[in-house]
Design a protein around this ligand. Sequence first.
Ligand SMILES: Cc1cc2nc3c(=O)[nH]c(=O)nc-3n(C[C@H](O)[C@H](O)[C@H](O)COP(=O)(O)OP(=O)(O)OC[C@H]3O[C@@H](n4cnc5c(N)ncnc54)[C@H](O)[C@@H]3O)c2cc1C
Length: 248
Amino acid sequence: MTTDMVPDSAALSTLTLTLKEWLSPHSLRLWFRDEPRIEFRSGQFMQVVLPHDNPDDRGIRRFFTIASSPTEEGIAIITKVPEPCSSFKRALVALEPGGTLAVTSLRGSFVLPERLNAPCAFLAAGIGITPFRSMVKYMIDTGRHCPATLLYGEWCLEEFLCRGVFQKAQETIGLRPVYTITGPDVPPDWTGRTGFISPEMIIEEIPDYRERLFFVCGPPMATKSMETILHDLGVPRDRIHRDYFPGY
Ligand SMILES: Cc1cc2nc3c(=O)[nH]c(=O)nc-3n(C[C@H](O)[C@H](O)[C@H](O)COP(=O)(O)OP(=O)(O)OC[C@H]3O[C@@H](n4cnc5c(N)ncnc54)[C@H](O)[C@@H]3O)c2cc1C
């Protein structure tokens, strides 16, 4: 039996699409009803199966972080749809309300600590923002929060995701979101940062970085680079949690 042939009975839950929305020209958010309900912690990820015609070599399964918070109704995923894209992403884009995915596993230790007693820093590159959307929404909804700075890099202005939630968190729980455009197209009135997350940027934006618990997420190379920067700045390994999204 290949890994693409897990029987339906192995599914933990069935996700039924309720809403599909483009958050940016290349970023899609899908909301699902989960039956049975998935018990998860913010930051965890699941494996989903989407059978479709003529799958390419990448197959019919993917891991996705749950971008919604356990405090919300339903399950959301957010994904990039590049050009060209895989047959899986094409099938996901074509999914209509009522269409289903099977969830075959739920995992991950990239989660907020039970007791939020240390200040945190969230470093996100591109699609690596998904776990932080869940964590920040959870902190807003429960009122359980700690001092936190979000440093979030995207190639261009239109691709920044979920800014509404981060703004709400700024107003209600004191999150400090810092956005950096990493590509060449920087609008003349841009008041955020530019360039990749660097040691200088961390020192300037998170001056108490030695006391912080870091969460780092993004595509593999960006995650590795941010982790190396933190090591070089002397942040102990046990204060750096990281998750990376292979495949991009
Ligand atoms: C723990 C974990 C959590 C994750 N969470 C998320 C998440 O929250 N959101 C998310 O989006 N992903 C997440 N991922 C990654 C996800 O599982 C996929 O690997 C990723 O989305 C890439 O999907 P894809 O293989 O369908 O490729 P695509 O996204 O379609 O493409 C990826 C790259 O390959 C190129 N490519 C694809 N097909 C072709 C082709 N036929 N010809 C030429 N080039 C091609 C594209 O142009 C692009 O550069 C996670 C992975 C892990 C392990």
